[in-house]
Design a binder for this molecule. Sequence first.
Ligand code: KIV
Ligand code: ZN
Length: 513
Amino acid sequence: MIEKNQTDKLIVFDTTLRDGEQSAGASLTAQDKFRIASQLQKLNVDIIEAGFAASSPGDFAAVRKIALEIEGPTIATLARAVPSDIDSAIDCLKGAPKPRIHTFLSVSDIHLLHQMKKDRESIMSMAVDAVKRARDSVQDVEFSPMDASRSDPDYLYMMLEKAIDAGATTVNIPDTVGYTNPKEFGDLISGVFKNVTNINRAIVSVHCHNDLGMAVANSLSAIENGARQIEGCINGLGERAGNAALEEVIMAVKTRQDHYGVETDINTPEIGPSSRLISNIFGFPIQFNKAITGQNAFRHSSGIHQDAFLKERTTFEIMHPEEVGWKGDAIVLSKLSGRAGLKSRLEHLGFKLSDDELLDVFNNFKNLADQKREITDKDLESLMSEFHRELDTTENFKVIDLDVICGNKRDPIANITLELPSGKTVKSSKTGTGPVDAVCNTIDDLTKMDVNLTEYSVSSVTEGIDALGEVTIRIEKDGTIYTGQGSDTDIILASAKAYVNAINRYLIIKSVN
Ligand code: KIV
Ligand code: ZN
């Protein structure tokens, strides 16, 4: 256990771009990944796991760009413990200022028997060879024995010891299937410190999955027992039920520093913007009552609470909302606002635009302000997401005009004008079971793409009847899911933009893989 008053640095390893991208229904373009990495840089995470270089040429290129251009954090890529993956990781990170190779291999008997079909001895030598091969080219090597929490502890300790001898600088203990609990996991971490004789030569990290809803609690228990690197994803994204929500671990150790005795270098006011950007790009909404970033997280509803809160904030608030970049619906701009006002507000939100870009965004802002009296920071973030979506897909399909007629006495019909990638415009009109179906049928007719819509959802950016509607659509094409989004005060137009955006993203991702 940590001594009271002793403060250690806790290293924050963000894997939103790797494990987070493994969330079912997520598909990121290289531009999405770069935009998220730039935000993680502002958040000041220590390590960004940008992807899995050997998994596809598109991911290799995306990780490489991030590794070369994002200054500050160490950039990691994942690699299986096989020579071809390690070599691809080395190539991918060549020339990067702060590269890390993260290699992993299963360690539990259940994985060895059914997945790897290899014995313990061969697995041990694969692990050692992979770490050595990586360490020959890169100074910073992390080794993860996958499914560690279900493995034989003695075999795990031996593997960690050999990995450290082979050159691993960080050893990560994954609870790959979210099986453990805080007491048991804390004991395992304590066992690692007691039984791995060279453990003082490596940082001990943990990587917890959330299948039983205990990922954050397990991570915190590991910190109590000496782990000094924490892995997770913003918004708790990740494989199956996700990983530990990084913002929750970060704020737990900050708010209860008296208990955990560790500090991070996280720029916590960037938590809110990071959470919203990632939710937006992934197309995964944040649940209302989500700790730290949910829209109810700092709202007091009961009269008794409100009364006490107004007398003394700390009666019902353990963190300052501003500390995590939480924004209410404060009105910041209106249609009377000029370009300078918009520019300054966008800069305050972290968006730096060229004069030409500002002009485009200002036009979109004026259109929005004509329909919506009061423009909030959340509206501006949504406007910027829409702007970036258009910027990323300038050479693909674009909705030019849309006109939909519907009602209870007729079949809905959509008339749409679309710009094709060639620049030519085409028109069509189709009916459907509802207005959104009519829109999708018309777009299918114009794009000649054979896609299946698998998911449709709409949410509002702020409150009120004139709120911006954000539509998320997932389509399936050739067995893969692609996500598209669109926002507008008119949700049918937002739906058309989201559907076209999903098709465009399919085209972009396909073109690099
Ligand atoms: O969950 C897991 O075990 C992983 C490893 C690759 C660290 O994601
Ligand atoms: Zn994982």
